[in-house]
Ligand binder design. Structure first.
Ligand SMILES: Cc1cc2nc3c(=O)[nH]c(=O)nc-3n(C[C@H](O)[C@H](O)[C@H](O)COP(=O)(O)OP(=O)(O)OC[C@H]3O[C@@H](n4cnc5c(N)ncnc54)[C@H](O)[C@@H]3O)c2cc1C
Ligand SMILES: NC(=O)c1ccc[n+]([C@@H]2O[C@H](COP(=O)([O-])OP(=O)(O)OC[C@H]3O[C@@H](n4cnc5c(N)ncnc54)[C@H](O)[C@@H]3O)[C@@H](O)[C@H]2O)c1
Length: 457
């Protein structure tokens, strides 16, 4: 096999796989190097296994309301080992599909660790050296772990997917996506779950009503939330880990998990030697076409820290291949990225949150809260929240925020009219589907409140 390529991709995750596959389809000679498993974080230890675990955890809620529909489900029991084994089988199937998707158009998969040795050269751990007209850095990110005594006793999301058994209790540090999704998973599977967060409310930056509703929903499911507190240190005490908190309290937990953000994988990659500019956090600095400060080196996905989401990495990888190998220069538009948090209750959001929209001119806000129909026969008191933020008088829709069952699925569809700059009148023209939760989005009559000159009225 020759060692010179049109394209060498480092990292076979969401961004790298898409870029390699499309470049190969355009006729480029492509090698893609992966040190762990093809598919990357999303497939192997991110989105996909996480969502499978979320499904598993949601049975708890369903079992609770089952009697209200006449079902007697006895005392349900749960087997963690079965879930992990079935999840692993599905991940192996997906990995094989990703390998086939790369091999079909002729990309060569090299299972090794790569470092960059120059603008057009890459060295593998095995000693093999490759040259490439273009190098794509798609190495992703890794969990950031606060530098505290005993940090090695804690797990991150990486380990959470392969625990030998569920702990009796878990403390999760962080107030972002991974913290709330894993709090949902662990609490749903019967683990006493506590979140410790340095801020005053989870999911900083999200619309305030989503944040309030999410916390209420997690608490209703038995998750304890400690605010404005940090973990200062961990020590082993018998089978437990004793945590020292910044408020002076010490407490034991069966496990401790850091969900404190993810840092770009650039350390030891040789990018500095090649002259590639990195940001303060180690991210590769790129232009709108994902080109780094070295013209032959590009970067896509989490390693650029633009938005650490799989569809964004995929879009960037595809645009890179179109630009460099398809004669179609394509810049990715990062201005409207919808987000879903697969917590319980689920969060879906696209466009401006209220606190931001209110600083961008006058707005009307339509909000509704109601009991999801699936809960109406039971005593479950969860509320669903839907919010539409528009320009005054039924103008352009600026934001849609949903908390509750199906939020992610609904928001995926709401992202389409928002991208088309749809108005409230456009929403209202759609005939409602009844009975659904999403019909609320097309049947709002009067604003719940408005902002004029930045003031809520
Ligand atoms: C627990 C968790 C849940 C998530 N859930 C979601 C979700 O629901 N929705 C969503 O959109 N996003 C989710 N994400 C984020 C998503 O997984 C990432 O944004 C996405 O995987 C980024 O793709 P990437 O191609 O940039 O990097 P990755 O998918 O991380 O791929 C990078 C690859 O590069 C390899 N690599 C690194 N260095 C080298 C080297 N030197 N040599 C060879 N190979 C190397 C790594 O082994 C890895 O396979 C989640 C992330 C986590 C951790
Ligand atoms: N559903 C999804 O789309 C999904 C799910 C999981 C992860 N992701 C992606 O992966 C990224 C990483 O997830 P994450 O939850 O680790 O990151 P995050 O940025 O969402 O949250 C990190 C949290 O850790 C806290 N934190 C950071 N440094 C800290 C420190 N030194 N001490 C204490 N707390 C600290 C932050 O305040 C924040 O609350 C997300 O930003 C997201 O882009 C997406």
């Amino acid at each position: 096999m020759s060692d010179s390529y049109d394209l060498v991709v480092i990292g076979a995750g969401s961004g790298g796989v898409r870029a390699a596959r499309i470049a190969a389809t355009y006729g480029a000679k492509v090698a893609i190097i992966e040190e762990y498993r093809v598919g990357g974080t999303c497939v192997i230890r991110g989105c996909v296994p996480k969502k499978l675990f979320v499904y598993a955890s949601r049975y708890k809620d369903l079992f609770e309301i089952a009697p209200s529909f006449g079902w007697d489900v006895g005392t349900p029991s749960f087997d963690w080992a079965t879930l992990v084994a079935n999840k692993d089988k599905e991940i192996a199937r997906l990995e094989a599909a990703y390998v086939a998707g790369l091999e079909k158009p002729g990309a060569e998969i090299i299972r090794d660790r790569a470092t960059v040795t120059g603008p057009n050269s890459v060295k593998l751990r095995s000693g093999r050296e490759l040259t490439a007209k273009t190098i794509l850095i798609a190495t992703g990110a890794h969990p950031f772990i606060p530098d505290i005594p005993g940090k090695e006793l804690a797990i991150t999301s990486n380990e959470a997917f392969h625990l030998a058994q569920l702990p009796h209790s878990i403390l999760i540090e962080g107030g972002g996506f991974i913290s709330v999704e894993f709090a949902t998973i662990f609490s749903g599977l019967g683990v006493h779950t506590t979140i410790v967060y340095r801020g005053d409310r989870l999911l900083r930056g999200f619309d305030e009503d989503l944040r309030v509703g999410l916390e209420a929903g997690l608490v209703a499911r038995g998750v304890k939330i400690i605010h404005q507190t940090n973990v200062l240190g961990l020590r082993q005490t018998g089978k437990d880990i004793t945590v020292s908190f910044s408020d002076g309290v010490d407490a034991p937990f069966g496990a401790v998990m850091f969900a404190t953000g993810r840092s770009p994988n650039t350390a030891g990659l040789g990018l500095d030697a090649a002259g590639v500019e990195l940001a303060w956090d180690g991210a590769v600095v790129v232009d709108p076409y994902s080109r780094s400060s070295v013209p032959s080196i590009y970067a896509v996905g989490d390693v650029t820290n633009r938005a650490q989401l799989t569809p964004v990495a995929i879009r960037e990888g595809h645009a890179f291949a179109d630009t460099v190998f398809g004669d179609k220069p394509t810049a990715v538009d990062h201005s409207l990225i919808g987000e879903a948090v697969f917590a319980e209750p689920e969060v879906g959001t696209v466009g401006l949150p209220e606190h931001e929209a209110a600083t961008h001119g006058d707005i009307d806000v339509y909000v509704t809260r109601f009991r999801p129909m699936i809960n109406t026969l039971s005593l479950k008191s969860d509320r669903m929240m839907m919010k539409l933020i528009t320009r005054p008088g039924g103008g352009e829709v600026l934001g849609v925020h949903i908390l509750g069952p199906g939020a992610a699925e609904i928001i995926q569809m709401a992202a389409i009219p928002l991208g088309m700059k749809a108005t409230k009148a456009d929403f209202d023209r759609a005939m409602a589907m009844h009975p659904t939760a999403a019909e609320e989005l097309v049947t709002f009559k009067k604003p719940s409140y408005v902002y004029r000159g930045g003031q809520k009225q």
